[in-house]
Design a protein around this ligand. Structure first.
Ligand code: DQA
Length: 152
């Protein structure tokens, strides 16, 4: 199974960025933890981070036909990027939205996600575990879709 992990703006600053809110793990450390979990579960990851909306849209479009799933933390774009929402809606690859923090318990603007409805699920508020839960969820969905494919 191939999974694209996409992290949006300012997530390259993890570790240094408001550690009291986002924790002390760097993005590299998060990616390494996912990679180790992936080895146990036969998952190959591609990792992408960008501070630019269009680059994230390009990455999402390139997932079509190349990837079996997407784990995306659109970061601040979650709350207003219709372009990223439309890109997720335009592809046939299931995406799961993740957030490190409890977006529903912070500023009011963070409780709105314009991308959530075009994702198959959303995990938030658990730090690195949000990503790990998204991974397990995608793997389960993928297994079910494979079984359904075999029965057809
Ligand atoms: C975030 C939450 C967003 O509101 C914020 O803009 C981020 C990170 C999270 O992972 O908790 O950059 O997506």
């Amino acid at each position: 199974m191939k999974i694209q992990v996409i992290n949006g703006p300012n997530l390259n600053m993890l570790g240094k960025r408001e550690p009291e809110i986002y924790g002390t793990l760097t993005l590299d450390e998060i990616n390494r933890i996912l990679e180790e979990e992936g080895i146990k579960k036969n998952v190959i990851f591609s990792f992408f981070q960008s501070n630019h909306e269009g680059a994230i849209v390009d990455c999402i479009q390139q997932c079509n036909e190349n990837m079996d799933g997407i784990i995306i933390n659109p970061a601040a774009y979650t709350h207003y990027s219709i372009a990223i929402r439309d890109a997720l809606a335009s592809i046939n690859v299931p995406a799961v939205e993740v957030h490190l923090t409890k977006i529903d318990e912070r500023e009011a603007f963070r409780s709105i996600s314009v991308t959530k409805d075009v994702c198959i699920s959303q995990f938030f508020g658990k730090g690195i575990d949000s990503y790990l839960e998204a991974l397990s969820y995608l793997i389960e969905k993928w297994k079910v879709s494979k079984k359904e494919g075999d029965n057809e």
